[in-house]
Write a protein that binds this ligand. Sequence first.
Ligand code: ZN
Length: 212
Amino acid sequence: MTALREQLLSVSRRLSELGLNRGTSGNASVRDGDGFLVTPSGMTVEEMTPRDMVWMSFDGKAQGGRQPSSEWRFHRDILQARPEVGAVIHTHATFATTLACLHREIPPFHYMIAVAGGDTIRCAPYALFGSQALSDAALSALQDRKACLLANHGMIAVGRDLDQALSVAVEVETLCEQYWRALQAGEPQLLSDAQMAEVMEQFKGYGSWKQD
Ligand SMILES: [Zn+2]
């Protein structure tokens, strides 16, 4: 068993412990050689072992006895289109999904939005789960970003590795909760383009959020 299989399983467990994933919803992938490992279809994290992680080639062929997650297409397409991305996390986390059901793009209401790579977190239009249309919509919403919402579905977070993708996913869910709460009390005041440019500049030299 490779260390990557263990890491993919451990991130899947963390997503469940953090409440970002429940049951069999949500999935994750990590680049592995000339393909990638993706979590299996229809298994809870409690049932999964490192051996159950599914290796796939970029032409979409799976190895081993398990079926890959039904969402393998967008994992494949993101890893293929974005060479700087090493890992992809998809969740139906409650607050991100709540805003995705409202088709809300997250505006720069808080400076930490820059963690997702820009001054907004876009919401990709609705398409059937597992479809090529959903993958195309996600890739487009992820342009110059490390995260996006998927309308009536959930969110995607990416990173150079699994740890960074997990950090982005946790931060996006936190931002979505804060934005949702602020909306209950009124219309949040947004940061200006100049203020966000200043934040992006500051982030360049700042630890794990370093833009790369
Ligand atoms: Zn999903």
